[in-house]
Design a binder for this molecule. Structure first.
Ligand code: ATP
Ligand code: MG
Length: 576
């Protein structure tokens, strides 16, 4: 199901539309402001264990967007509590991607690892208050004690060890006296709780591992639940926005804050956690773990492969930050999971590029067209409109001559009646140049068509006939003497199933063999040879493309962002 395409822009908690432009998170923030609350302060808290993907774009636009709308602040916080999976490469890519999306955290860049000392001190407060204890049940027996959904857990035999003993052991854990897994620190809550997260959750694990920032200073690392809410509190966060899977963690989030307050700690703001549904996209995997697999196993050409849903991949493909922000604001926020249709993402970028992108001519699968009555060695410059949606974009000169390239698919030797392109005896328009009448074609020894031939009407310069006669087809073209050889890469979704996350097959069986097509015999207008990497254009009649960094002025390379056909807009039209 692709529910989000028919979901109203904004929804309240129970799924009914709220005030236009307002969602349940924004309403909560507004209540807070009316209630005399302090400035809104949010954070985007990525774990630097992979590249950001389009799902993160939703969280980024939400956190930074709400802060902007309310003259508040948003922090960038690296949630770096797991040394085994994290890396500085990811930290750098995350900074770069958030900036690219158009958001700024000024000097408010933080790391959970900066709080390790504070978190440790607070853990000691909890032990002293008899709200946490060192547990020494072997790791393989922990499951037995935890119990089931339907059945209470069992208390660990170490649960009632003395405060002094726990304090001593906890200190020795930090000193590195024990191997991984020998002990853990657990909160003392309720082993019979209906909420599994409250059954004495783990606060610290021993892990002799080098951390990308703290090096070997620690061999004890806090869990997500212990680190997250306390980091929020340290930074003065007012609203801690996270995805729905943390809904059941909220009581624990609050419990930790309550215990610290009871132990005499005071916070600038007491943060509250609010959950919203994850962003999901059809035909797309959005889990960092799976995306790492795609990269590590060589299914794609790296994190910025244009088929990847990472921000780096989308950027290389040619997606603009504006189009991603537009998508995020259209889908709004919901409390229930909904999958966004890939065609909506494509619609957003197409809409923007239709407005902004310059038009250029490129022939992807060329065949030569010879204008028999056009003088050899003569060339003339034709004026072509750069962007019909934007008069200010002006016109450009494109050379026309006797030998041209056209798309192979624009000629048929024996066309059906409704084929409005080239066929023997038929007249068509070469965009902004001349009307030409096809006279036939030339075959090679194998019977393949190697050249199309036509004559032009010199009276039709610019593409219209003085006698007012009309032609149905308009085709793009390039002067063979001027065209620049280029490589063009076409992309399809990596996955053929709509919901790859629920596909059990190994990745190599799920990935489409035809997700990338390289056309290495294409030609483009000379002006395109100098396009800066990342810049977008419309190839007339073909689609929107962006220059790839692999290209050189001698041999530019282009990625297709999207084709021209807009399936999402069509679905919407058919609905109304
Ligand atoms: P993944 O499951 O892809 O590894 P994650 O949740 O582990 O993602 P984090 O780096 O922990 O990734 O996420 C940073 C922030 O982005 C969190 O607040 C998380 O809730 C949010 N986020 C992650 N994925 C999505 C998504 N698909 N839609 C909306 N927000 C997301
Ligand atoms: Mg995570």
């Amino acid at each position: 199901m692709t529910a989000a395409t028919d979901t109203p822009n904004a929804q309240s908690k129970n799924g009914t539309p709220s005030e236009p432009g307002k969602d349940f998170v924004r309403e909560t923030v507004e209540d807070h402001l009316h209630g005399g609350g302090a400035t809104i302060h949010t954070r985007f808290p990525p774990e630097p264990n992979g590249y950001l993907h389009i799902g993160h774009a939703k969280s980024i636009s939400l956190n930074f967007g709400i802060a902007q709308e309310n003259h508040g602040l948003a922090n960038l916080r690296f949630d770096d509590t797991n040394p085994l999976k994290e890396d500085t490469e990811y930290v750098n890519s995350i900074r770069n991607d958030v900036r690219w999306l158009g958001f700024d955290w000024d000097d408010r860049e933080f790391f959970a690892s900066d709080y390790f000392e504070q978190l440790y001190a607070w853990a000691i407060l909890l032990i002293e208050a008899d709200k946490a204890y060192v547990d020494s049940v072997p790791a393989d027996q922990v499951g037995e004690y935890r119990g089931l959904w339907t059945e209470a857990g069992k208390e660990s035999p170490f649960r009632n060890r003395s405060v002094t003993e726990s304090l001593g052991l906890f200190r020795r854990m930090r000193e590195g006296e024990f191997p991984d897994g020998a002990h853990v620190l657990r909160a003392k809550i309720d082993m019979a709780s209906g909420n599994m997260n409250l059954r004495d959750p783990i606060m610290y694990r021993i892990r002799h591992a080098t951390h990308h920032r703290t090096g070997d200073a620690w061999c004890l690392y806090p869990t997500y639940d212990w680190a997250h809410g306390q980091s929020d509190a340290i930074e003065g966060i007012t609203h801690s926005l996270c995805t729905l899977e943390f809904e059941d963690h909220r009581p624990l989030y609050d419990w930790y804050l309550d215990q610290l307050i009871a132990a005499g700690v005071s916070f600038r703001n007491r943060p509250r956690q609010i959950e919203f549904a994850k962003f999901k996209l059809t035909y797309t995997l959005l889990s960092k773990r799976r995306l790492i697999e795609l990269v590590k196993d060589g299914h794609v050409d790296g994190w910025d492969d244009p088929r990847m849903p990472t921000l780096a991949g989308l950027r290389r493909r040619g997606y603009t930050p504006e189009s991603l922000r537009d998508l995020c604001s259209r889908i709004g926020l919901t409390k229930r999971d909904a999958t966004v249709d890939l065609s909506l993402l494509e619609h957003c970028v197409r809409e923007q590029l239709n407005r902004d992108a310059l038009r250029r001519m490129a022939v992807l699968d060329p065949i030569k067209l010879v204008i028999e009555n056009y003088p050899e060695d003569q060339f003339e410059d034709m004026d072509l409109i750069n962007n019909p949606e934007d008069e200010g974009a002006g016109t450009r000169k494109v050379a026309f001559g006797r030998e041209l390239y056209i798309e192979r698919a624009d000629f048929m030797e024996d066309p059906p009646k409704k084929f409005f392109r080239m066929g023997p005896g038929r007249e068509v328009r070469l965009r902004s140049a001349y009307l030409v009448t096809c006279t036939g074609c030339v075959h090679n020894d194998e019977g393949e068509i190697v050249e199309v031939r036509a004559t032009y009407d010199p009276e039709t310069r610019g593409g219209s006939a003085p006698d007012g006669r009309r032609v149905k087809g308009t085709m793009h073209w390039l002067s063979a003497a001027h065209a620049v050889a280029a490589e063009v890469r076409l992309y399809e979704p990596l996955f053929e199933v709509e919901d790859p996350a629920s596909d059990e097959r190994p990745l190599n069986e799920q990935i489409r063999a035809d997700s990338k097509t390289v056309l290495d015999g294409a030609f483009v207008e000379p002006a395109l040879a100098d396009l800066a990497a990342g810049e977008q254009v419309q190839f007339e009649r073909t689609g929107y493309f962006a220059a790839d960094p692999d290209g050189t002025p001698e041999r530019p390379v282009f990625n297709r962002i999207v084709a021209l056909r807009d399936t999402w807009a069509k679905i919407q039209r058919n609905k109304s």
